[in-house]
Write a protein that binds this ligand. Structure first.
Ligand SMILES: [Zn+2]
Length: 273
């Protein structure tokens, strides 16, 4: 039994991550900001189609357009699967077209059949917040947090002891300040209810990797205007040299390698053929 994760695409143009908890071919999506067609194409491009052929559920961090594409409405009407949101997002989800028959509002924690325990952690983002997810299955502990303006103690507690940590590293502060974006937008992003900067993400990763349990670190949702993968990688590797071999930076339109969490394998054995 091997848990696998593949970020299919991550940017303000669309976010979706595939996670499978075992070898059954069933998988869940965290966010559906890419169209069903793009999700399928990315799974094929990543070499993950054999392990992710049957969608089991969709977990939505929140309902912004880059996390929920309306193209899923018809797909879900044809082939319904549960769509999990935090209770605070349920009304908005219905108004954004999530079919009522699919919607599963949840609070704090629940079991995904016998496959995984799921924990939902509210994180600050605009008015209604976003949701970080922790999945605990037989052989892996996986955390996913994106679109958050700050890292709370609750999130640090909830993400303790992960094998796979995926977290937003949205912007470089200097690039953000010097960008031609309007002042109100910079305030929205940097004001504690927007996105995590690279340095905020470094601080969170420092705390979350201190015990040495994390085998894969994935940076999510890098701004295309106000960040640069080379810059982010350099900062992380300077600040946290030990994480250099496990660092993967997600891209807007290409999937990451498929990362797997079987603990008996070496760190280098991470890409599925
Ligand atoms: Zn977003």
């Amino acid at each position: 039994m091997t848990a696998r994760i593949c970020v299919l695409g991550s940017s303000s143009r669309g976010n979706a991550t595939a996670v499978s908890f075992d070898d059954s071919g069933k998988f869940v999506l965290i966010d559906a900001g890419l169209t069903p067609r793009r999700v399928r194409a990315a799974l094929v491009a990543a070499g993950a189609a054999a392990h992710c052929h049957t969608l089991r559920a969709i977990f939505l961090t929140h309902l912004d357009r880059d996390h929920w594409s309306l193209s899923w409405v018809r797909q879900l009407q044809r082939s319904p699967v549960p769509v999990i949101v935090r209770r605070a997002h349920a009304e908005l989800a219905l108004s954004m077209g999530v079919p009522a028959a699919c919607l599963r509002p949840m609070e704090s924690a629940f079991s995904l059949g016998s496959t995984a325990e799921v924990r939902l952690i509210a994180v600050p983002h605009d008015d209604v917040g976003s949701t970080a997810f922790r999945f605990d299955c037989e052989n892996a502990h996986i955390g996913h947090a994106t679109d958050l303006g700050a890292v709370s103690d609750e999130l640090l507690d909830g993400f303790a002891g992960l094998d796979i940590l995926s977290i937003e590293s949205n912007y470089d502060e200097e690039m953000q300040r010097n960008s031609p974006r309007p002042y109100f937008l910079k305030q929205r992003i940097m004001g504690g209810r927007g996105h995590l900067s690279n340095t905020q993400a470094v601080d969170a990763v420092r705390a979350l990797t201190a015990t040495g349990s994390v085998r894969h670190l994935i940076l999510l949702h890098l701004s295309q205007e106000c960040n640069c993968p080379i810059l982010a990688r350099r900062l992380f590797c300077e600040q946290l040299p030990a994480i250099a071999p496990i660092l993967v930076i997600s891209r807007p339109t290409e999937p990451t390698p498929v990362l797997r969490a079987r603990r008996s394998e070496s760190v280098n054995d991470q890409v599925l053929a």
